[in-house]
Design a protein. Structure first.
Length: 417
């Protein structure tokens, strides 16, 4: 999806079939030019039978949406702007990313806004003889979910993009899991997982075939914490991110990947989430195995699909994309790939992709002498943790990660044999 909040008031222009327009700000006249449509993102996607939606909004736009949705006139104007955006760029639909309705009035107005947009898209669809989609980004935290009228939205939405991420962040002051697949036994974390969120939406009337779960291709770090539940040291900005180990508060997977040899890996078996730690703190993130398990969960629950935040965040310096490949591999062979099996280990174990100090780490003789060890980084499961609700893993089993092949296209197994 493309984030295009600055173009929600796009106006139509006359001209040839390849003439497209945008309105960077509401004070400007529309800017119209001719483009080689077939060489652009949308043209190339359509040639491969892929739909492209424009995502309108995002974090920090709650007040704007609240104002837009507050009156029938502004709702209609917004809906017509969505239609114009689709017509000008040939999108297949729009995603409304209001983060998030915050009171009873917003709750009612959110449903009214989406109903208005759906009506406008329906009229355009009927006129053009095609089907236009309408999706909405919706939250998992209970305080945000309170103002989502699921029964009302299910009547107008094509899909829900469920934000099954950021369930615990460095702003909380306590180390937690970014995107747990299953609930933790901690009372504070109860209900904060992909599984709990999906079940809540289904129990409130959402069609599971419309639900997309989000996969974060990034992690959250916690300074001075060594395990989940530890208090972390708050900085001046109220965050407790480890900015010494990581360049940003929420490092992307391609940055995390190169630190694997430098840090201790563990797996939280309750939530099926990998963790990294060093003397400065810990990090919760997703790796190929956890992405595979979440993909498997979506398949088993009969969900619609998956949303990636963000697509390029797992691209390594050699162009390989391990997280995307893990998801792709499971989708291509739902019954043939065991996310916890040896074949998966062999495909997605760690390997060096540059000459940095950590990545060039050579295994010690002790590591090489371990039975079956052929990797630089070893993940040892915590045998004391509960596995209730998660996949079965043998006690004391060691998981090896050295990514060995793949460039994001086709069946990874065919390329890696």
């Amino acid at each position: 999806m493309l984030s295009l909040l600055g173009q929600i008031l796009t106006l139509p222009c006359t001209g040839g079939a390849n003439r497209h327009c945008n309105l960077p700000t509401h004070q400007m006249q529309p800017m119209c030019n001719f483009y080689k449509y077939e060489k652009g993102l949308i043209g190339r996607a359509h040639m491969n039978a892929v739909q492209v939606f424009a995502s309108i909004g995002g974090a920090g736009n709650a007040e704007t949406f609240s104002r837009i949705a507050a009156s029938a006139e502004s709702r209609n104007t917004f809906a017509q702007s969505c239609v114009a955006l689709i017509k000008n760029y040939n999108f297949d639909g729009v995603d409304i990313d209001w983060r998030f309705p915050a009171n009873p009035e917003d709750r009612t107005n959110f449903s009214a806004l989406l109903t208005e947009v759906r009506l406008s898209l329906h009229n355009e669809s009927r006129e053009k003889g095609l089907t236009l989609g309408l999706t909405a980004t919706v939250p998992c935290r209970s305080e945000d979910r309170e103002y989502i009228d699921v029964l009302s939205l299910d009547k107008v939405l094509s899909e829900y993009n469920v934000l099954t991420l950021d369930m615990h962040t460095p702003e909380d002051g306590t180390a937690g899991i970014n995107s747990p697949l299953y609930d933790s036994s901690s009372k504070k974390a109860k209900g904060l997982s992909v599984d709990s969120c999906v079940r809540k939406y289904m129990s409130r009337g959402a069609n599971p075939r419309k639900l997309n779960v989000a996969l974060p291709f990034y992690g959250h770090s916690y300074r001075d914490a060594q395990r989940v539940g530890d208090r972390c040291t708050l900085a001046w900005d109220g965050s407790c991110s480890d900015r010494t180990t990581w360049e940003r508060n929420s490092p992307e997977y391609n940055e995390i990947y190169h630190q694997l040899p430098c840090m201790t890996q563990n797996l939280d078996r309750e939530t099926m989430t990998p963790l990294l730690s060093n003397e400065l703190g810990m990090l919760s993130y997703d790796d190929p195995r956890s992405v595979c398990l979440k993909t498997e969960y979506a398949i088993n629950q009969g969900l619609n699909g998956l949303v990636i935040f963000d697509l390029a965040s797992d691209m390594l310096s050699d162009g390989s994309t391990p997280l995307l490949d893990a998801m792709n591999l499971k989708l291509l062979s739902p019954d043939g790939i065991n996310c916890s099996g040896k074949e998966f280990d062999n495909l997605f174990s760690w390997r060096s992709v540059d000459d940095s100090e950590c990545v060039s780490h050579e295994p010690s003789s002790a590591e090489l002498s371990q039975e079956g060890a052929d990797a630089d980084v070893i993940v040892t499961l915590d045998s004391s943790a509960s596995t209730e609700g998660g996949p079965s893993v043998e006690e004391g089993q060691q998981l090896f990660f050295r990514y060995t092949c793949g460039h994001g296209e086709g069946d990874a197994r065919a390329r890696c044999r």
